[in-house]
Ligand binder design. Structure first.
Ligand SMILES: [Zn+2]
Length: 106
């Protein structure tokens, strides 16, 4: 048995209909987040919730089983451009001191 079980969507559509358009999408969404770490999961779901707009948080909470507060937190972090969570690959805006680094090798 795998340690991480993929969450089954609890949205109304998936409960009622045997096959609807979003069923595979919801399943894949849960599959995807089962492989992400906690913050990546939060951000991805926040993006999806933003895409839906009104009611998005509740919907995504039903689909993923994620807490609505967690999704809200993800949205807030995204709004702030993940400023508190810089990555090595992305430079934060406003630095702009040096155009390029020259590598001097001896
Ligand atoms: Zn669903």
């Amino acid at each position: 048995m795998p340690i991480t079980e993929v969450h089954k969507c609890q949205c109304n559509q998936c409960q009622e209909e045997a096959n609807h358009t979003d069923k595979i999408f919801h399943r894949q969404m849960n599959l995807l987040i089962s492989r992400l770490d906690e913050q990546q999961r939060r951000w991805y779901i926040a993006v999806e919730a933003n895409r839906i707009g009104h009611g998005g948080i509740r919907k995504l909470s039903q689909i993923t089983g994620m807490d609505e507060k967690t999704i809200q937190r993800g949205q807030q972090e995204l709004e702030q451009s993940l400023a508190d969570r810089p990555s090595d690959q992305i430079r934060l805006p406003g630095g702009g001191r040096q155009r390029a680094e020259k590598k001097t090798q001896g």
